[in-house]
Design a protein around this ligand. Sequence first.
Ligand SMILES: Nc1ncnc2c1ncn2[C@@H]1O[C@H](COP(=O)(O)OP(=O)(O)O)[C@@H](O)[C@H]1O
Ligand SMILES: [Mg+2]
Length: 375
Amino acid sequence: MAPPRSPFRPSFGTSPPLVSGRDAILAELGDALDAGPGAAGRAALLTGNRGIGKTVVLNEAEALARERGWLVVSETATAGLLDRLTHDGLPELADLMRQAPSSRRRVRGFSLPSGLGGLEFELPAETGPGGLRRQLNALTDVLDEHGTGVLVTLDEVHARDGRADVAQLCAVVQHAFREERPVAFAAAGLPAAVQDLLASDVSTFLRRARRFVLEPLTPVAAEEALRVPILQAGREVAEAEVAAMALATHGYPYLVQVIGDQVWRQDPAAPRITADHVRAGVAAAVREAGFALHEPAINDLSEGDRAFVRAMAEDDTGESSIADVERRMGRDHGYVSRYRARLIVAGLVEPSRRGYLRFTIPYLREFLQSRPDHF
Ligand SMILES: Nc1ncnc2c1ncn2[C@@H]1O[C@H](COP(=O)(O)OP(=O)(O)O)[C@@H](O)[C@H]1O
Ligand SMILES: [Mg+2]
């Protein structure tokens, strides 16, 4: 018999076998759908670092909406957003609503509320913010009669090239809110970049959205995210091993998946996961994170950014003082401050206390230290 396959999902944007530690957020998002127009959580803005689980929360919110018979349009805040919505996103929802009841089954993941299939109605074939608004109005006029609505999710809301479109989408959604239409909106992005976006004049609407800051998982939640999939996939694991794996994740959801996966793969045929599997698996996972998480993050950086993170990586403690970075780079305070701000926006570093910075991603320091000449 082939050994059981790893249940873990070590890649970005894919839902894990168990979504752990996000119950409170998801309950609030679900309640907002039930509560009706005007409920605070109908506009939600999720922030958190790369790999913390933002896309997964958006996916879960979409599932909650579908369970309630809502329609969902899922987008990324890149250039062309508005065109995609008016050409594809909303027309596809209209197609769904026109589907005859007998063909409903074939629509993946959807159960349209009773009476919503087979509707005869036309969506205005228009583009631009005005077109989006008229399309959304046409859809929600019908959905409202059936007691449901539309959830719009927007990932990577910090992407710079999508800014103008994000502003226009927000204005349309805000207008729908004002008219008490059944529309919900959930967006996600990197914390400092979103801060930057909110400080610009993009949208008072986003500024008023309910903010959820995604934190690393608590030790208990990280343990659950590791233990439950292992047991469900048919292997045994003692609590000491679960605790050791969870500790190595630093509560970082991406690392939960990579560590779980690598520990599993040490000897998938063994009925029980041992301390040796954990040791070797964690080491392999940190190497994998080097390729999949750390290296791409560093490759995105300019020369100046890299010099900055190299200077930070000289410290062996969890944080670096700005003064030390200035000295090591041989640059003045103004120069270093500019790069500090850039790296915060990129989601790579964060202030730990006044005058100090730390890396946001676990093992990034060790990664940089292990490749002194590479970057
Ligand atoms: N609550 C969670 N419990 C367990 N694993 C999670 C959780 N949230 C995310 N993950 C896993 O973490 C990784 C990163 O999640 P993702 O949503 O892509 O992060 P982000 O969008 O913040 O960069 C994925 O492998 C995902 O399966
Ligand atoms: Mg994401």
